[in-house]
Write a protein that binds this ligand. Structure first.
Ligand code: AMP
Ligand code: MG
Length: 431
């Protein structure tokens, strides 16, 4: 697949040695296509899955004109000269309409029916007067002036109409959509298959949990954070463990990963010191661009396609993330997350919004790169403020754990003074 690098190098402003975050994200999103394959599942299994086909409403919702309040159903034209009159109207109480038990009959001139929320409007009633403003004297119901036609009523089909799409394909199903689907009486639906992601960590220094730590070794934590983020995104995760920095072992791992996944995520091995033999290996197995993204943390990253058995075999997308634990999470949030949504068929892929907050501390900022500091949000005098978590080193995973947002210092920005406005991105909305 020579097309990827060709496409990338033809793209204007493409500088793999200093690629702005937005540009890199867009290049990735432009190349990816949703995975193919549907499955039919029950509504309750569909939470967080991606709808594969439009849900067409088989019924009107609501199915009948009904009352939005507890009160009295009236014929608006019976009311004393409508809203212009200062006078009250005296109507005769002829029955009650309950939710699920309609008033069987028609409202004649000068008549009213007691009606509960959700009850079907009696024939010819076109207005509901809330019970709190009404006086009842025996069988006489006294309605004050100032009512409006259609008030406190819900019309059939007001929410969803029979035959029309209720939810469009590509929607990631949240509790609201699960409820809508149930409100249509639908028990089964088609969702896209889950995205399959193969995952391994690289590094001779890595030690698996549950084994004693050798001198100079570190426990492999990246595989666990990445697993957590992928699981939250609803991926099928194929965990391939730790792979040593040995070309033959790495080659076997890439081959296996590409044969069983839509995307491969690795961590480590893409920094300048290590990249050379991985670069050669990846060039052999597919087509991979090594990017230096204009960001901190997370500067080195590899992106491309691993297709060891040639272009006519599907292969898998590769995201070679940096090794430092914070850099892993930042690059995942900024690039892998939207990419997974695109592969999953989520349409449109919406980025996590950023909003302004006042920064309590001054911060240094390098020019010509986007920085993602970790911050804690709080409110002061009705204003949102953010304070950076302590040490911001790209290996300090604690800075992610303490944080509830990223402080995003834009590419062009120079420095931040205490009290300056900065943009923050909630981590909650990410994964
Ligand atoms: P690398 O990008 O491979 O040079 O790694 C950069 C730093 O991240 C080194 O300090 C590594 O020890 C550390 N690192 C790499 N992979 C992992 C991992 N899976 N878990 C924890 N730390 C890692
Ligand atoms: Mg390494």
């Amino acid at each position: 697949m020579t097309s990827i690098l060709q496409t990338l190098s033809c793209a204007d402003n493409y500088d793999p040695n200093s690629l702005p975050v937005d540009r890199a994200r867009q290049l990735i999103l432009d190349l990816l296509r949703p995975v193919v394959g549907h499955e039919r599942i029950f509504v309750r299994q569909a939470l967080d899955r991606v709808l594969a086909e439009d849900v067409i409403s088989p019924i009107d919702v609501p199915t009948h004109d009904n009352s939005a309040m507890d009160g009295w159903a009236v014929r608006f034209d019976d009311l004393a000269a409508g809203e212009k009159s200062a006078g009250e109207t005296r109507l005769k109480n002829i029955g009650t309409a309950f939710a699920g038990r309609a008033f069987e009959g028609k409202l004649g001139a000068g008549e009213t029916v007691r009606i509960m929320t959700g009850a079907v409007l009696p024939q010819d009633a076109d207005c509901v007067v809330i019970q709190e403003v009404v006086r009842v004297e025996n069988d006489v119901v006294i309605i004050p002036p100032g009512q409006r036609r259609d008030q406190n009523t819900r019309r059939a089909g007001e929410d969803l109409q029979a035959g029309k799409p209720a939810i469009a394909a590509g929607k990631k199903l949240r509790p609201a959509e699960i409820g809508i689907i149930a409100s249509l009486g639908i028990a089964e639906l088609s969702v896209r298959r889950r995205v399959r992601v193969a995952l391994f960590s690289t590094g001779d220094e890595l030690c698996s949990i549950g084994t004693p730590l050798a001198p100079g070794a570190v426990y492999d934590s990246n595989r666990y954070t990445i697993w957590g983020m992928l699981t939250r995104l609803g991926c099928e995760v194929i965990d391939m463990g730790v792979v040593k920095d040995d070309p033959a072992v790495l080659e076997a791992a890439f081959r296996e990963a590409a044969s069983c996944s839509d995307a491969i995520i690795t961590s480590g091995g893409v920094s300048v010191g290590e990249a050379d033999f991985i670069k050669q290996l990846m060039a052999q197995l597919g087509e991979v661009a090594f990017w230096k993204i204009a960001m901190k943390p997370g500067r080195p990253m590899a992106f491309g396609r691993i297709q060891p058995d040639g272009e006519d075999k599907p292969g898998a997308w590769l995201f070679g993330l940096p090794g430092n634990p914070v850099a892993v999470m930042v690059t995942f949030y900024q690039f892998v997350l939207p990419a997974i949504l695109k592969l999953a068929g989520v349409d449109p892929v919406k980025l996590v919004p950023a909003f302004p907050a006042r920064c309590t501390e001054a911060m240094k900022k390098g020019c010509g790169r986007t920085e993602f500091q970790r911050g804690i949000l709080f409110q002061e005098n009705g204003e949102w403020c953010v304070r950076p978590t302590g040490a911001q080193g790209s290996g300090v995973l604690r800075s992610m754990s303490d944080a509830d947002c990223f402080i995003v210092l834009e590419h062009e920005r120079e420095k931040v003074g205490a009290g300056d406005t900065v943009m923050v991105q909630l981590m909650n909305g990410l994964v």
